[in-house]
Design a protein around this ligand. Structure first.
Ligand SMILES: Cc1ncc(COP(=O)(O)O)c(C=O)c1O
Length: 400
């Protein structure tokens, strides 16, 4: 049967997060910190609006680019937030940010074109680049630089094949956020080297400490070389509805819509109506979720700080904390398995986010404060044993 499978499919990387998730699925009483999705239900007005829309017959194909009123609303939202004019024709509604990413790579990359990929990174990017026939080059992000791009690294990585720079802030898996000065430098490099920028803004609304997200597309002469990728998944607790969108220069948006025609025709009509309702929600509703994530972040950070040997990078956005486990000298996947087996706590191994994430685990705090406290307590016991020299043999035995 294997001979029927394409090389393309064979080359797809396996997810280290999924591996832990599958193992956890076979166990009882596990606290889940590994999967990155809101624990809130979709706000009721969104669900009701979708139900009403379905009842009224909004159950047919829509234009490939998406329902006009939704694109108009999104163009107005981006125009207001970024203070740069966006037209509905520059917006394409997709099945989540994930589909938007794959489509735009298929639209822009020729064989051998290079994408600069800051790493650690969200695990799906390499698969998207490879499926589109491109190549990626990693740019290492380090904690000592607050997981921000280092200008020299960026400049030195550019070759004649470099076409795209992919940035993702607020950053999964580290929770890092860029400031205006950081973005200005990246924009200078992009303009000077004629790079297209993919700005994955999946967590744009999840920024803490009273700060607001700033998109690179809002900087001077950047809109014309930026593709913004966003989603309703995280901001409105809508992961299962599968609605996201991209905003791109019109020619790219046109071709993306064209490609959509050949893949899924359009995003689910009911989900698009749900997205429209999400944009009409009183701002307090999504804001309340952000405030709650921030509160949980503070609890998680304070609790983890009690465990000797762990170093936690304080996330400024997202719902992830990236925890430095290098002190324990155990590969992140082995440690994640150990935490699962001994503490019944599932975390994402840093290596799932590229080799550059090794030495870390990602803890998702989209979970109740009760679970956060309980989970960290359980983890603490394992770390204590590790520090005392126990458990190490278990890890070694399993590896042999
Ligand atoms: C960085 C990043 N980008 C994009 C996505 C895509 O999310 P969705 O397809 O649900 O919109 C995710 C989901 O986890 C993500 O973490």
């Amino acid at each position: 049967m294997s001979s029927f499978i394409s090389q393309r499919a064979k080359n797809l990387p396996y997810s280290g997060i999924r591996e832990i998730f599958d193992l956890a699925g076979k166990m009882e009483d596990v606290i889940h910190f590994e999967i990155g999705e809101p624990d809130f239900d979709t706000p009721l007005p969104i669900v009701e609006a979708a139900f009403e829309a379905a009842k009224k017959g909004m159950t047919h194909y829509t234009p490939s680019a998406g329902i006009k009123s939704l694109r108009e609303k999104l163009a107005a939202k981006l125009t207001e937030e970024l203070e740069v004019q966006f037209d509905p024709d520059e917006i394409v509604i997709t099945a989540g940010g994930m589909e938007a990413l794959l489509l735009i790579m298929l639209v822009t990359l020729n064989k051998g074109d290079e994408v600069l990929l800051p790493s650690p990174h969200w695990p799906n990017y390499p698969a998207h680049v490879l499926l589109a026939g491109g190549k990626y080059k990693k740019l290492v992000l380090e904690q000592k630089h607050e997981f921000k791009l280092v200008t020299e690294t960026l400049k030195n990585s550019i070759t004649e094949n470099t076409k795209v720079l992919l940035i993702n802030y607020p950053h999964n898996p580290t929770g890092a956020v860029l400031d205006r000065e950081d973005l200005e430098v990246i924009a200078d490099v992009a303009r000077a080297n004629d790079l297209l920028v993919f700005s994955d803004e999946a967590y744009e609304s999840l920024v803490f400490d009273g700060k607001k997200f700033l998109s690179i597309a809002s900087l001077e002469r950047m809109k014309e070389r930026t593709v913004i990728l966003r989603t309703f998944s995280k901001s409105y607790a809508m992961t299962g509805w599968r609605v996201g969108y991209l905003a791109a220069p019109k020619q790219l948006a046109d071709k993306t819509a064209k490609l959509h025609e050949h893949t899924s025709a359009c995003t689910s009509s009911v989900s698009q109506m749900a997205a429209l309702a999400a944009l009409e929600l009183p701002v307090e509703i999504p804001l309340k979720m952000v405030k709650e994530y921030e509160r949980r972040r503070d609890i998680l950070i304070a609790e983890l700080a009690q465990i000797p040997g762990l170093k936690v990078f304080k996330p400024r956005g997202t719902f992830y904390a990236f925890v430095d486990i290098r002190q324990f000298g155990i590969p992140s996947f082995d440690l994640s398995r150990l935490l699962l087996e001994k503490a019944r706590v599932a975390v994402a191994p840093g290596s799932a986010f590229g080799a550059e994430g090794e030495g870390y685990i990602r803890v998702c705090f989209a979970n109740s404060t009760e679970n956060i406290r309980k989970g960290v307590k359980r983890m603490g016991e394992v770390f204590q044993e590790l520090a005392a020299g126990r458990q190490r043999n278990d890890v070694k035995k399993r590896r042999n």
